[in-house]
Design a protein around this ligand. Structure first.
Ligand code: NI
Length: 182
């Protein structure tokens, strides 16, 4: 196992569409998942996508127990999701702050579907078919975006709500109130 280096925004690799995984339960895939789990844990991340560690495959992991980066977030079961497809369960969207290990030290307010279904497989090729809402749904949408080369800043609709965490959340700052729409 190894903690892998996380690519940062500006690296063109993060803007590519990643490839479908075609073989499951292989030593290479298990090694990738182990490295991703270890890397996410080392960074206190809520999720991680394979392209963030330079791997061109449609693999994401996510899960939140108690996360110091998101102290108020609800728990999300630890999940390995490969070749995912997301389907909104309603048109309702929510605006909330988001961060990304590839965009360190920053936050932005991003609209995401409130309720989703996500379907894919795990590292053994077993079907995953789950629903999630709120923060859970947000994390899945954020991670799956990475597989299509989309980083959250490109989904921000009002750039006043994007910046360095320590500035945004400073006392008396513009963005300290709830972002738009909530
Ligand atoms: Ni991210």
């Amino acid at each position: 196992m190894a903690v892998r280096k996380i690519l940062r925004i500006g690296d063109p690799f993060l803007l590519q569409r990643a490839n479908e995984v075609e073989e499951f339960d292989t030593p290479e895939l298990h090694q990738l998942i182990e490295d991703m789990l270890e890397t996410m844990a080392a960074c206190d991340g809520a999720g991680l996508a394979a392209p963030q560690i330079g791997v061109d495959q449609r693999v994401v992991i996510f899960g939140v127990k108690q996360n110091p980066r998101y102290p108020e977030a609800e728990q999300v079961p630890l999940t390995v999701l490969i070749n995912p497809v997301i389907e909104p369960r309603s048109d309702e969207m929510q605006m909330a702050w988001e961060g990304c290990l590839s965009v360190p030290g920053m936050r932005g307010a991003v609209p995401r579907y409130t309720n989703i279904r996500y379907v894919g497989v795990n590292q053994y090729g077993e079907v995953i078919d789950q629903t999630g809402s709120g923060f859970h749904a947000r994390v899945v949408q954020h991670e799956c975006d990475h597989l299509d080369g989309i980083l959250y800043p490109s989904r921000i609709e009002d750039m006043r709500y994007f910046g360095f965490t320590y500035e945004l959340f400073a006392e008396g700052s513009l963005a300290n109130p709830q972002p738009l729409g909530e």
